[in-house]
Design a protein around this ligand. Structure first.
Ligand SMILES: N[C@@H](CCC(=O)N[C@@H](CS)C(=O)NCC(=O)O)C(=O)O
Length: 242
């Protein structure tokens, strides 16, 4: 069976978790504290980061984007990436944007609410949180709001039904199915829920609604128990579950 190493609180672990579930692939999640660089961990991934996917034959694959690309090729039955080159490029853009830009402010809020208080022994500094959110959220979420779909999945698709020739370079007309863009964009935003500081739905209604309908799919509900448990370990110890 496939093994997914890393805590369910990690946005990159969550991204792979959602991809595995959307593809219908059974797997086991194994805790691995990414902040403690044990020799075993560094032997699995020399840069000491999660997620790490372990294939049933023991092969190890690191980095959420590399893992998702691997899954797409090794298990193509349920595709997550568009076939049209231009739609695929757009999907990869949103995956990259989520992994490099969106993740930062979401992770910082999680740290401010969950990890810093237990490590510092001081309550959450709301003034600091508000200042951070006011400075760092608008550039990211204003952009995502401006491109978010009013209904359905992110408008790049997964190689299934799409918006017809004009919009996606020849894929079939119809509703866009869930794909890697949806998964990658939803995964980090979940950190805000786990922090107890959900995204402001009044300010970013389209993107928040997109996020909410994506994360409440069966794939998203499947991780809730594990991430709640892992968040509690962080909240009480200041460290990841091991
Ligand atoms: N680009 C990587 C990023 C992975 C990453 O930064 N993971 C974090 C956990 S959310 C980590 O392992 N951090 C440990 C560290 O940076 O020391 C991916 O997509 O998998």
């Amino acid at each position: 069976m496939l093994k997914l190493h890393g805590p369910a609180t990690s946005p990159f672990v969550r991204k792979v978790w959602l991809a595995l579930r959307e593809k219908g692939l059974p797997f086991e999640n194994l805790p691995l504290d990414p902040l403690t660089k044990t020799p075993r961990f560094l032997a699995m991934n020399p840069i000491g980061r999660v997620p790490i996917l372990e294939e049933s034959d023991g092969e190890l694959i690191s980095d959420s984007s590399v893992i998702c690309d691997y899954l797409e090729h090794a298990y193509p039955a349920v595709p997550l990436y568009p076939k049209s080159p231009v739609q695929r490029a757009k999907a990869l853009w949103f995956e990259e944007y989520a992994d490099t830009v969106l993740v930062g402010p979401c992770a910082r809020v999680f740290w401010m609410f969950v990890i810093i208080p237990v490590r510092s022994g001081k309550p959450v500094d709301r003034t600091l949180v508000d200042a951070f959110v006011n400075e760092h959220f608008p550039p990211v979420f204003d952009y995502l709001e401006s491109v978010a779909p009013a209904t359905g999945a992110w408008p790049v698709g997964n190689g299934g039904k799409g918006g017809g020739s004009e919009r996606n370079g020849g894929e079939e007309e119809g509703e866009y199915p869930i794909g890697i863009a949806d998964i990658a964009l939803a995964a980090p935003v979940r950190l805000l829920d786990l922090a107890g500081a959900p995204l402001d739905a009044a300010r970013w209604p389209r993107f928040e609604a997109f996020y909410r309908r994506t994360i409440t799919r069966p794939s998203g509900l499947h991780i809730v128990g594990a991430e709640t448990e892992a968040t509690e370990v962080f909240r009480t110890t200041g460290n990841a579950p091991t």
